[in-house]
Design a protein around this ligand. Structure first.
Ligand SMILES: *Cc1c(COP(=O)(O)O)cnc(C)c1O
Length: 387
């Protein structure tokens, strides 16, 4: 489905670049919208996964909301036409400047992570004569069974309010006049492929909404967060996420009351398969123990392998015709002056040469957005499947 043929059109272009297949993106968004709307669920796109302008415009055109984690993301969401009533602002460390900007933009809601933050938002809203909607991010202590660097919902993580602090939250919500409680928010982690995790989350959300209702608060919004994973091993055969099964878990296990809205904040699963990082082989180093392919892309263009030990499928686009011929194993590395600058070790590939075009697949999420200027590298380019 991901159209690698079109990439070769760009083989004369300067590498490295991110190649976006907008058709894959649209098909993914369409599948998500169909599966969620069946149950009346609302999806906010977690913009931190990819804020490339073309990607944002495409996602906005499908009617999704935006889940932002910085003041600049809130600003970008509004600029790209996301409805301010569908913009939420999450994050454990919102600065006063960011909160003020979000208040000025009249966003739907702040997902709040501490009692102190409630007090600050209340103060800043009061100064503007406004009342800010808030949802309380609760740490559900549910294990996401994912890489520990991307687990967020355990008591030991920095995120959210732990259940033993809820009485203080309730007191703050009752006394502070410039905030309005609208609901509860959760996010247990990323790249979650075991749907049982979401079942546990649902049961926890049910308990938590009962707690709030028993304490006299009307819970209008249940925000379940994001985290649905993608198949990094089989990008061609498993391109579109299994949205049907995902939303069905919530339909089956979440206790949704009349008038309540259920919100989701999906990032990775909406964008990951729609892009590849395209790079050229600069040098082939044949050693005694190891062979290296030295690419012109490195951790400055795609950091996930180095940051999370993440797996990405790697293909030699220039040798696809003899992909079945006996190949060899390479450590595929970047040019950056760090030993950790390695995409993967012992990658089975056709015998490769200087100038070959290499695709690192499933790079649409947490790829381009994490690019850095380390080593004073050029800014990463983006190329699209269509104009
Ligand atoms: C990162 C994040 C998401 C999206 O996570 P994905 O794994 O990309 O779906 C959703 N909600 C919050 C609060 C986040 O921080």
């Amino acid at each position: 489905m991901f159209n690698t043929d079109t990439i070769t059109r760009f083989s004369q272009s300067e590498t490295p670049f991110y190649y976006y297949d907008l058709n894959v993106l649209r098909q993914t968004l369409s599948a998500c919208r169909e599966a969620s709307s069946k149950y009346g669920f609302h999806v906010h796109y977690a913009m931190k996964a990819n804020f490339n302008p073309r990607v944002l415009d495409t996602i906005q055109s499908f009617g999704f909301g935006a889940d932002c984690v910085s003041g600049n993301e809130v600003k970008a969401a509004i600029e790209h036409g996301f409805d301010n009533n569908k913009v939420v602002f999450a994050g454990v460390g919102k600065s006063d400047k960011e909160i003020n900007a979000a208040l000025d933009a009249d966003i739907f809601c702040f997902n709040v992570e501490s009692v102190q933050e409630l007090e600050v938002i209340d103060d800043l809203a009061a100064a503007k004569g406004k009342v800010a909607n808030v949802a309380i991010r609760i740490n559900p202590n549910v294990d996401a069974h994912t890489h520990h660097y991307i687990t967020t919902g355990l008591d030991e993580n920095k995120f959210g309010i732990n259940t033993w602090q809820l009485n203080d939250v309730a007191t703050a919500l009752r006394t502070l006049k410039n905030i309005q409680f609208v609901g509860i928010h959760f996010h247990v982690g990323s790249q979650i492929t075991d749907l049982e995790v979401y079942k546990s989350l649902c049961l926890r959300i049910n308990e938590m909404q009962d707690w709030f209702e028993e304490h006299g608060f009307k819970v209008k919004v249940l925000n379940t967060g994001g985290g649905l994973g993608v198949d990094y091993y089989n990008p061609d055969t498993n391109t579109i996420g299994d949205f049907e099964s995902y939303f069905k878990v919530f339909k089956d296990f979440l206790n949704v009351k009349p008038g309540q809205e259920v919100h989701f904040e999906l990032g990775r699963v909406l964008v990951a398969q729609s892009a590849a990082l395209i790079s050229s082989v600069l040098y082939v180093k044949n050693g005694q123990k190891k062979n290296f392919l030295v690419l012109d892309a490195g951790m400055t263009e795609l950091m996930r392998p180095m940051l999370y030990q993440a797996y990405h499928a790697i293909e030699n686009l220039s040798r696809r015709d003899n992909a079945q011929a006996p190949g060899t194993k390479y450590d595929v590395v970047g040019p950056i002056c760090e030993s950790t600058d390695c995409f993967r070790k012992d990658v089975e590939l056709p015998v490769s040469q200087r100038g070959d075009l290499i695709a690192i697949r499933t790079a649409g999420a947490y790829g381009e957005v994490m690019a850095s200027g380390y080593n004073l590298r050029d800014r990463i380019l983006s190329v699209y499947s269509e104009h």
